[in-house]
Design a protein around this ligand. Structure first.
Ligand SMILES: Cc1cc2nc3c(=O)[nH]c(=O)nc-3n(C[C@H](O)[C@H](O)[C@H](O)COP(=O)(O)OP(=O)(O)OC[C@H]3O[C@@H](n4cnc5c(N)ncnc54)[C@H](O)[C@@H]3O)c2cc1C
Length: 433
């Protein structure tokens, strides 16, 4: 029997160290640094690298990677336990070298990059000497990749890129973009596109504007973190393709599978933080002669939130365990789809309960609940809309079922009852039934 719900004592010791380190050293960074990915910010440069060095010393740097890429090769289950702690803080992932989208972009470069691309982009990316962006969504539609029109055409020994991309997160801080572009418009829907590495300084690559999302502080230099990018006759070398021509969609799926479960692991941490705040407030605030914790409607919120978090966490951990076990994202597509689809709802519901229990303080920007609730909407869109994930899940699940040609279901009770009576006819006859 392999159904364990305990952490190895040896790994628990590491988690205990991370817990304290994150609380004491990393969480305060969120309150003084403009943006966790802005590695060019002088304050960031002063405060973050010394902490990254401590993480490296502890052997916890880039915990999502195997030893061949400089990580400890913990596997997804241990990573989940680690990410639960890192998810409480925006700087956690970058201090531990496992931040999105760099983690997924590194995965693609490691699998499909040439030696030159690995040397120039992968190595500094893994060392966090540079950050990257993922440029897939287009302004006219994100949920339907077959509607993408950004083109890459081969001209001699260069690809020429033309088109527009939307919401390429952190592109303003990035050194290069991982771009999905159409290489054969006439090909079958999932073979129309290819994946490329585009250095951001390439002539013809322009950030039209950095879209600012509601509830985030305006960044130093203005605007937000999600770039609207125009590619106009941008030329990159022919070998800057990742995977074969027409393989872009398949390459993107490899990357997004891991990314989605990592987001879910971190969300467990964020949502637990909201829950802890809710419990503290319930026990501290008094009204009509007793604490909020004694009010049954408040108790219901606490009980429901706890159950929602634990259900979600167990599914995340089991999914991580399955990834380790099968080492094949195809086999866990439905599980990953499920955690991705559940994630926004859990964060939204628990953060909303926490906000409500804090009353007017809860809606103020002196507490983080408004941010968390907006974040839940980000989670319902980034890496694909919830509805699309649910539809894909249902399609996969239904492959394991068959319809019936009969007018009534195979489980129609009159049919089952008749069959049971035939099976047990002797016993029923003897009993006179
Ligand atoms: C915080 C954040 C960060 C992001 N970062 C990146 C990034 O780094 N790189 C990148 O390329 N993209 C990024 N995105 C974009 C993201 O991938 C898209 O928002 C997402 O794919 C949805 O596309 P869309 O926004 O164009 O919505 P649309 O495709 O216009 O969909 C809008 C809504 O329509 C409904 N809908 C759509 N399709 C279906 C369907 N099949 N069935 C039922 N309902 C449906 C859903 O309610 C959906 O939310 C990010 C988005 C957010 C919010």
């Amino acid at each position: 029997m392999g159904w364990g719900f305990e952490t190895d004592p040896e790994f628990q010791e590491k988690l205990d160290w991370v817990e304290e380190f994150v609380r004491e050293e990393v969480e305060p960074l969120d309150l003084v640094i403009d943006h966790a990915w802005n590695i060019h910010d002088p304050v960031w440069k002063k405060l973050v690298p010394p902490l990254q060095a401590k993480v490296k010393e502890k052997g916890l740097w880039a915990a999502h990677l195997g030893p061949h890429l400089g990580g400890p090769g913990f596997g997804q289950l241990k990573l989940a336990l680690l990410n639960e702690i890192l998810g409480r803080t925006r700087h956690g992932p970058i201090v531990f070298g496992c931040q999105a989208p760099d983690s997924g972009n590194a995965e693609i470069l490691a699998h499909f990059g040439t030696d030159y691309l690995k040397k120039t982009y992968l190595e500094p990316l893994l060392a966090n000497e540079m950050v990257s962006a993922f440029s897939m969504t287009e302004p006219q539609g994100g949920s339907d990749p077959t509607s993408f029109v950004t083109r890459a055409e081969l001209d001699g020994d260069e690809w020429v890129i033309n088109g527009e991309k939307w919401f390429s997160s952190n592109a303003r801080y990035a050194e290069f973009l991982i771009l999905l572009a159409v290489t054969d418009p006439e090909a079958a829907p999932h073979q129309r596109m290819s994946m490329f590495v585009v250095p951001k300084e390439t002539p013809g690559v322009t950030i039209v504007r950095n879209v600012h999302v509601y509830g985030h502080a305006e960044r130093a230099g203005g605007g937000g973190d999600h770039a609207y990018i125009r590619y106009e006759n941008a030329r990159i070398p022919a070998d800057h393709i990742l995977g074969g021509i027409g393989q872009g969609f398949a390459v993107a799926q490899t990357r997004l599978g891991g990314g989605r479960i990592h987001h879910a692991m971190r969300t467990v941490g964020l949502v637990r933080q909201a829950f802890d705040m809710m419990c503290e407030r319930a026990l501290s605030r008094e009204t009509r002669g007793e604490t909020l914790a004694r009010k049954q409607l408040v108790q219901a919120k606490i009980a429901e939130s706890w159950a929602q978090i634990e259900q979600f966490r167990l599914l995340v951990l089991r999914t991580a365990w399955k990834i380790d076990r099968y080492n094949d994202y195809e086999k866990v597509r439905v599980d990953i789809g499920a955690v991705k689809a559940l994630m926004p709802g859990v964060l939204h519901d628990v953060a909303s309960n926490a906000l409500q229990i804090h009353g007017s303080l809860g809606v103020s920007d002196e507490m983080p609940f408004g941010f968390m609730i907006m974040e839940s909407y980000h989670m319902g869109l980034a890496d694909g809309a919830t509805e699309v994930h649910k539809a894909n899940m249902a399609r996969s699940i239904l492959k394991g079922y068959q319809g019936t040609d009969d007018l009534f279901p195979t489980t129609h009770l009159p049919r089952l009852r008749a069959a049971a009576r035939t099976k047990f006819a002797d016993a029923l006859a003897a009993d006179g039934a």
